[in-house]
Design a protein around this ligand. Structure first.
Ligand code: 3PG
Length: 209
């Protein structure tokens, strides 16, 4: 199985999509795809999430689509059954790690502290999400992790936007950045798909190492 970092190589920005309907999700995914980004995380916080993953995969086979906000074994099954190509969780536990390791797709567990990261490392992982990044110490916290966990790569999400993206993306231990700012709520409300493409394109320009 490909590692998470390997899977999203070349597309280090993960727009976070919370779908109201399947049709809306496909339109948003199309707008993301048009920007050149090649991955999207659908959060399972609405009843449309699983069907949205399946529909996006069918409509945009070149776009990597995964499910986020996965918290337990049942959610892992739901994500895999929907066709998710990766799974992201907001948090971590031994039970959740077991459920994830039983899944056939790459996954990224959420961490918010050094203890969380150690739990992931003890499970043999070297890639984790850092959430909610902005309020859990931000880029300064991630910079401190470099000395403690030199082998761990992180994907911060939560509270990131064009204003602070560079602080995170420029860190050597950051391999990707995720967030909902690339799919602006105002654009979704107005079905402004070009606005979403523009937001994703701008994020690509602002993601600098
Ligand atoms: C999440 O998992 O919900 C994301 O990290 C969202 O954070 P954001 O909306 O602040 O980008």
């Amino acid at each position: 199985m490909a590692d998470f970092k390997g899977l999203i190589r070349g597309t280090p920005l993960l727009p976070i999509l919370q779908p109201d309907t399947v049709e809306q999700a496909v339109n948003i995914a199309g707008a993301v795809y048009a920007s050149g980004l090649r991955s999207v995380e659908v959060v399972r916080r609405t009843s449309a999430a699983a069907a949205a993953v399946s529909a996006i995969r069918e409509t945009y086979p070149d776009l990597l689509v995964g499910m986020g906000t996965v918290l337990n074994a049942e959610h892992v099954r739901e994500a895999v059954d929907a066709g998710s190509q990766f799974i992201i969780t907001p948090t971590i536990s031994e039970k959740l790690l077991t459920a994830l390791s039983d899944s056939p797709v790459p996954y990224l567990p959420g961490t918010a502290s050094p203890s969380d990261i150690l739990l992931a490392v003890e499970a043999g992982l070297s890639e984790v999400k850092f959430f909610p990044a902005a309020v859990c110490g931000g880029a300064a916290m991630l910079n401190n992790y470099r000395a403690i966990f030199p082998e761990v790569s992180l994907c911060p999400t939560g509270g990131i936007s064009g204003d602070n993206l560079h602080e995170f993306s420029s860190l050597p231990n950051v391999f990707a950045v995720g967030g909902s700012w690339m799919i602006p709520k105002a654009c979704v409300a107005e079905s402004d798909w070009q606005g979403i493409t523009a937001a994703c394109s701008l994020a690509q320009q602002q993601y600098t190492k």
